[in-house]
Design a protein around this ligand. Structure first.
Ligand SMILES: [Zn+2]
Length: 311
């Protein structure tokens, strides 16, 4: 039942002794999704004891080095370790060219299939299975590197049948599926048994959104309305707002404004410029606008618990 995020890199384009560039892993019920893959991501996966062999889906936000320079090394290591299962990569279509070019020149072969999925410049579902959907949505960075955010949303689960009650009311086996979907039960004598007496609701579906390397645009809040957890870049503080605009990044204050507008549960800040050795002011600036804000560090883990619902 886990829904857990691990930050592998919380810095921006220049890695420091304490902060790697962008990468993180989201574990949704033992599905491990790698989001961005900066240099040394494979080292960070080992360092923080993540089962990297279980990663089968990699989402790359855009083609700047601090978000994908670790990809080739990671893919290569998996091959050397005997991986056979498919690896799916969701990215700007030019990433396929880049990877294939490196492999051609170095005469490398991977021992498993690579499946590329091109991100478009539209909001769209790019992955779906029984428990989760992943939606990509366009943000605004530099011309040469179109960027996407990603929204991971757990699917609503079915209601759980209370066995003793179902037996007491002699609910036929064939009707159980309808009970799980919320139907009331009508007995052969016409008595209506409300569904709530026969089942319990599943925990609310959880959600996580990743927004990095983007200018602040109030309308981007629409993509992430009400998500439980939002990671947003905060490369700069508000006092460097001109620089943020010039380099097409956001400030901590802007990230907090977006979180407040979107009504998210919790905000995580990352992608900090290497110029900051102390992030106290940056955090304070964000908390002034959105109090439930926290700073990411490498190795930071955050689990969204499955909350109980009573009805
Ligand atoms: Zn970046």
């Amino acid at each position: 039942m886990k829904f857990e995020l691990t930050i592998l890199g919380s810095g921006s384009s220049v890695p420091t002794a304490n902060r790697n560039s962008a990468a993180q892993v989201l574990n949704v019920l033992e599905r491990y999704f790698l989001i961005d893959c900066a240099e040394a991501t494979q080292h960070q996966l080992r360092r923080f004891h993540l089962p990297y062999n279980k990663i089968s889906h990699i989402f790359i936000s855009h083609l700047h080095g601090d978000h994908f320079f670790g990809l080739m090394g990671f893919l290569s290591t998996l091959s050397l370790q005997g991986r056979r299962g498919e690896m799916h990569i969701y990215a700007d279509p030019r990433l396929q060219e880049l990877v294939e070019c490196q492999m051609r020149i170095t005469r490398s072969r991977l021992g498993y299939p690579l499946c590329f999925h091109a991100l478009s410049r539209q909001e769209e579902v790019i992955y779906e299975d029984k428990v989760v959907t992943v939606t990509a949505f366009p943000l605004k960075h530099r011309y040469e590197a179109p960027v996407c955010g990603f929204l991971f949303r757990e699917k609503e689960r079915e209601r759980t049948i209370v066995k003793e009650q179902a037996e007491a009311w002699k609910v036929p086996i064939a009707f159980m599926q309808y009970l799980k979907q919320g139907a009331d039960f009508i007995t052969p004598t016409g008595e209506v048994v409300p569904n709530e007496r026969l089942t319990v609701a599943p925990p609310p579906a959880r959600s996580y959104a990743y927004m990095t390397d983007t200018l602040y645009r109030p309308c981007f809040a629409d993509y992430v309305k009400g998500v439980d957890l939002l990671y947003h870049e905060a490369t700069y503080q508000n006092k460097e707002i001109a620089l943020a605009k010039e380099t097409r990044h956001s400030t901590a204050g802007q990230a907090a404004l977006l979180a407040r507008t979107a009504g998210v549960g919790k905000l995580l800040l990352g992608h900090f410029s290497a110029r900051y050795t102390d992030l106290t002011d940056l955090l304070a600036e964000a908390r002034d606008v959105f109090s439930n804000t926290f700073l990411c560090s490498d190795g930071y883990r955050f689990e969204l618990p499955a909350l109980k619902r009573n009805v």
